[in-house]
Design a protein around this ligand. Structure first.
Ligand code: CP
Length: 316
């Protein structure tokens, strides 16, 4: 049962629970009109202390498409946070008004603090360089709908593997599936954090290779997950400028890849995928953004416990 629970990191849900979410997302994709009133009378609060386009808009679109309503802020300066109110007090107050909350914050662990203070489900919409579990749901749904499986895949992560929270979350989630290999492509300065290498990859005996050049490994990949160098997490501009264009995926590199490799990117992109790649049928990143809305619709329904009533309406 997912009703009433929070989602703070990918491991919070079992594989069976994830399967249920993907099944419901698939049903919504097939018949969105059937779910147009699933959340009538329910209210989502979006608390975004950091900028966002996809996550915030897809959460809000998800709730509105389910018949619910949305309150929140996209600038914490417009709330009493500007007067020094704590995360715990802010979320506890929001819980007096809303049925569920999605929260993005620059500090790692902030949504967890919010979830302890509130008696409504709190969803981590990205916390610092730590985790981004609903992006992981988005990525997994995209993989399922395009590759048809999670097992037996070689996944290349390319770019900023140090600060890229979507990489950390997806690596963790995919480590649970059988025969998954990771190729980690990054500059020396942006390799994955040691805790991911030791506590997830080595501990679970997952095959992984750390390399510097995309051209050398692209032909062996089933999935290429490109990432932006996370400017906002750098301590100095000079390092960012030196590293920002380490990898640029273009037509020339795509020509080396398998015909059925897919390219994912959580977006926003800066320079790391040339616009010429967008027309390649293997470029899935805008489809991925759309799947993000459907999977968030399914997640909201599950956490609010309205999925059963919606199912009965569809069947009846
Ligand atoms: N993928 C993602 O988190 O995008 P936004 O920062 O635009 O929400």
């Amino acid at each position: 049962m997912l009703k009433g629970r929070s989602l703070l990191e990918p491991g919070d849900f079992s594989q069976e629970e994830l399967k249920e979410i993907f099944q419901l997302a698939g049903q919504i994709i097939d018949n969105p009109a059937a779910y147009a009133h699933a959340c009538d009378g329910k209210l989502l609060a979006t608390l975004f202390y950091e900028p966002s386009t996809r996550t915030r808009f897809s959460f809000e679109a998800a709730m509105l498409r389910l018949g619910g309503q949305v309150i929140g802020f996209s600038e914490s300066g417009s709330s009493s946070v500007a007067k020094g109110e704590s995360i715990a007090d802010t979320v506890r107050t929001i819980a007096c008004y809303a049925d569920i909350a999605a929260m993005r914050h620059p500090k790692e662990g902030a949504p967890r603090i919010g979830s302890f203070a509130a008696d409504i489900p709190v969803i981590n919409a990205g916390d610092g360089g730590h985790q981004h579990p609903t992006q992981t749901l988005t990525d997994l749904l995209t993989i399922l709908r395009t590759k048809g499986r999670f097992d037996n895949l070689t996944v290349g992560f390319c770019g900023d593997l140090k600060f890229g929270r979507t990489v950390h979350s997806l690596l963790k989630a995919m480590s649970a599936y059988k025969n998954v290999r990771f190729i980690l492509i990054s500059p020396e300065e942006l390799v994955i954090p040691d805790y991911i290498r030791k506590e997830i990859l080595m501990k679970n005996k997952i095959e992984f290779h750390e390399v510097r050049r995309l051209e050398e490994v692209i032909d062996g990949l089933d999935i290429l997950y490109m990432t932006r160098v996370q400017k906002e997490r750098f301590f100095n501009e000079e390092d960012y400028v030196r590293l920002k264009d380490s990898y640029i995926l273009d037509e020339e590199k795509m020509a080396l890849a398998k015909d059925d490799m897919i390219v994912l990117h959580p977006l926003p992109r800066v320079n790391e995928i040339a616009p010429e790649v967008d027309k390649d049928p293997r470029a899935m990143y805008f489809h991925q953004a759309k799947f993000g809305m459907f999977v968030r619709m399914a997640l909201i329904m599950k956490l609010l416990g309205v999925d059963q009533a919606a199912k009965e309406r569809v069947v009846g």
